[in-house]
Design a protein around this ligand. Structure first.
Ligand code: FES
Ligand code: FE2
Length: 483
């Protein structure tokens, strides 16, 4: 991305992160109303952000609204199959072209259910509900009542909709309100290249849920950016595997991987979700690890095929099988099982698999935990003007046989274990109280783990670049001491 050359802010560098130096950052990005206002000016209108999966707009005339902070964008599919995006505002006197209620109903509002977005199909034009100005799918004005009253001086440029950049990546629709923004390809960078090997474009929704949650959007996404919390939060998972992690910045984005504290146990297969479990018999522990993860993370972060193939390891391999042999056999048989039902795995080169690790934090508000046949993803947005609330979304993607993907839609689900699975409920049980705890006058500021929580640090490093330096991480101590 283009970084402003003249940025004189006390921000840490990518090299500081690679060297795993000790840093801290102020809490204003989480707590300050003024920071929320500044995000509306400096962040959301300037960045590439994910709108929805492309498969939600399959046909010409399909459209939906994407809403973030004060912005509402209409994205639509045109007759020629390409996408177009506009600010959802009428150029006459500023009525929203499509009425988008707040996410949650208020005492005075007419809508009675939570509104994730507004969408529809078969659109030929948009007619403003106020004075009837009309726009075609190119955003051109096609009707104004009494144009002669303006002395016929209104030009097409004055009366068309304001266009927004739109592009796609791996089956996702992205928009950027900044006409001068770098391309989406440049924005995604190496992270985009690595993830594209996993062919997320060939996956579809398995389920998708959302909630309004009581914390800042950063507090929420950070709860999913690092596996350092597994030992403290998801204690039950320690029976099945170790959760030591490493993390690494990739410019705007960053990755985490499973790591081993002792390097002699390191193997390239152990970086992601397909790894051996902990225990005397890897045939059993590998199965137990994957089954436990799958069942307690709302049937995601793996697939039925992988769990079933792991369940057969005990029958198909001798007692003497090593962890490496177990993983190799497991992956081979799951791949064959999937092929038999028409699900073909992408061929991911081993070095990409290793570099691809476990999960990616895509700046600023997305997290994708990926495999060849699945992805578990999070996206968080601010909620109104309140720094203590967010719109939290999680969804699972899976590679399904042709025509067998389930019909899904966004389901509003209160953050409970029943709705989200035991593991997410444990994450929810922290987030609200991190938000509260950071307000304590006794809190000296975060001390993020430079090895395992680098994704969190990187989020703040990059945010500060957009936020005129506000919230920038700084080194603890001075450079000479730390070198
Ligand atoms: S505000 Fe849209 S036609 Fe007047
Ligand atoms: Fe967690």
């Amino acid at each position: 991305m283009n970084k402003p050359e003249t940025f004189a802010v006390p921000n840490i560098t990518a090299q500081d992160m690679d060297a795993e130096r000790l840093v801290t950052y102020p809490t204003e990005a989480f707590l300050s109303k003024d920071y929320v206002e500044a995000e509306k000016r400096l962040l959301w209108p300037k960045i590439w952000q994910m709108v929805e999966r492309e498969s939600d707009l399959p046909n010409p005339g399909d459209w939906l609204t994407y809403n973030v902070a004060e912005e509402s964008i209409i994205v639509l599919r045109k007759d020629d199959g390409t996408l177009k995006a506009f600010h959802n505002v009428c150029p006459h006197r500023g009525r929203q072209l499509v009425s988008v209620p707040d996410f949650l109903p208020s005492a005075t509002s007419a809508h009675k259910t939570p509104v994730h977005d507004v969408r529809g199909s078969n659109r030929k034009n948009f007619i403003c509900g106020f004075h009837g100005w009309t726009f075609n799918l190119e955003g051109e004005n096609t009707y104004i009542l009494d144009p002669q009253d303006w002395g016929n001086k209104l030009t097409p440029e004055m009366t068309c909709l304001s266009e927004v950049q739109v592009d796609t990546w791996q089956g996702y629709i992205y928009i950027n309100m900044d006409p001068d923004a770098p391309s989406l390809k440049d924005w995604m960078g190496r992270a985009g290249e690595i993830l594209s090997h996993f062919d997320l474009a060939g996956m579809q929704y398995k389920w998708r849920q959302w909630a309004i949650y009581e914390c800042n959007w950063k507090t929420a996404i950070e709860a999913f950016l690092e596996p350092y919390h597994v030992a403290g939060t998801h204690t039950q998972l320690l029976a099945y595997g170790d959760y030591y992690a490493l993390s690494k910045q990739y410019g705007l984005h960053s990755v985490s991987s499973y790591d081993t504290r002792d390097s002699k146990f390191q193997m390239s297969e152990s970086a992601g979700t397909t790894r051996a479990g902990k225990g005397d018999d890897p045939r059993v522990s590998t199965y137990e690890l994957i089954r436990e993860n799958y069942e307690t993370v709302n049937y995601s972060a793996s697939t039925e095929t992988l769990v079933n193939a792991a369940s057969r390891l005990k029958d198909e391999l001798p007692e003497t099988a090593t962890p490496q042999e177990c993983i190799a056999h497991w992956i081979k048989s799951a791949k064959a099982d999937d092929a038999a039902r028409g699900v073909i795995w992408p061929e991911v080169p081993p070095e990409i698999k290793k570099e691809g690790g476990l999960a990616w934090g895509l700046f600023p508000n997305q997290n994708i935990l990926h495999g060849e046949t699945f992805a578990l993803c999070y996206r968080v947005r601010p909620y109104g003007d309140d720094p203590n609330k967010c719109v939290f979304e999680s969804y699972a993607l899976e590679r399904f046989p042709e025509g067998e993907a389930p019909e899904t839609q966004w389901v509003y689900a209160e953050p409970t274990g029943e709705n989200w699975g035991a593991v997410l409920a444990q994450d929810f049980s922290n987030m609200e109280f991190v938000q509260k705890g950071m307000k304590s006058s006794g809190f000296r500021g975060p001390l993020p783990n430079p090895h395992q929580e680098q994704k969190v640090i990187n989020l703040h490093r990059n945010l500060a670049e957009f936020m005129e330096g506000r919230g920038a991480p700084s080194l603890i101590g001075n450079r000479t001491q730390l070198d």
